[in-house]
Each structure stands twice: as C-alpha cells, then as structure tokens.
Design a protein around this ligand. Structure first.
Ligand SMILES: [Zn+2]
Length: 163
C-alpha cells in the first residue's frame, strides 16, 4: 500500500483560520481536501473526484458560486462516503453525508458544525486506512500454505507447519 494518506487536521482549524486570513483558508481547505482525495483515488476505478483547481475557481464565478457552495456542502462529505465504499470500509458517517450537507445550510452555527463534521469524517477515513496498513505490516505469508499469519509466528495457525 503506497497510496498517499491525507493529513489529519484539527476540525477547529478550518473555523478559526478563516477569521485570521479573511476566508482564504476556506478555499485552501477545500482545495487540499479534494487534492488529497484525488491523489488517493487516482488509481482506483470508479471514483471521480472533482478537480481541486476547478472547485476553487467556481467559487469566483458570480452567479455560479452560490450554487457551487451549496453543492460543496453535500459533495465534500459525500466524498468520504464514496471513498469508504470503494475501499470496502463499513459506512460510519457515510450514511449521514446528506444530513451533514443539510446541517451546513443552517446559518452560522450550522456551517461551523458542518466544517467539524466534514473534517472529522475525513480524519476518520484516513485513520482507518492507517490502521489497515498497520495491521497489514504485522502479517506475513506462510511459505507452506500461503495464508496470512502473524510476523512473530513460529508455527502456521492454518497448516501447523513451522515457519
Ligand atoms: Zn501455513
């Protein structure tokens, strides 16, 4: 598994940083989230990730930007749903991707909550991949029966041959 794994961020960062940087960080955040997902999904069939550059550009197109912003409320949490599904990871927040979008439509408090929920869902996905990788590196293949066994094993638990 050599796919790049996204950065785990504090869900609070996307809230407080825009105040300091006049909202620029919000766009950087959207860009980074999409770029990490795209880098991760690049070699996977069936997952289409919106181009991060296009996503940011559309926020600057008058008339389209409002519609686009609303779409992103659903698209970003939906991205986690898609990636979990493609990786065969049980849906967790996945089922509520739509619900997260609706929460984001509530002015002020809703949008803060949306950022936290979206970043948390993303973090949770990256963490579950890290856990998956850790489990994998703990294992080796039995030379006798080709089953996956623990690296420290002296005797295969499937064919009982010494390894
Ligand atoms: Zn064996």
């Amino acid at each position: 598994m050599s796919q790049p794994i996204g950065k785990i961020r504090s869900p609070a960062a996307p809230i407080f940083l825009p105040i300091l940087t006049l909202g620029i960080y919000s766009l950087v955040w959207v860009f980074k989230l999409l770029r990490e997902a795209r880098d991760y999904a690049d070699n996977r069939n069936g997952i289409q990730i919106t181009s991060p550059g296009l996503a940011v550009f559309l926020f600057f197109v008058p008339g389209i930007n409002i519609i686009w912003a609303i779409m992103m409320l659903f698209k970003l949490p939906g991205l986690v749903t898609k990636m979990r599904k493609a990786d065969g990871i049980a849906p967790h927040l996945a089922g509520s991707a739509g619900a997260i979008g609706w929460i984001g439509l509530i002015p002020v408090l809703g949008s803060l909550l949306w950022v936290i929920l979206t970043q948390s869902a993303m973090n949770d996905f990256w963490r579950s991949l890290e856990r998956g990788n850790a489990i994998q590196s703990d294992m080796k293949t039995c030379p006798h029966c080709a089953e996956q066994i623990k690296k420290e094993a002296r005797k295969c638990r499937y064919c009982h041959e010494p390894v």
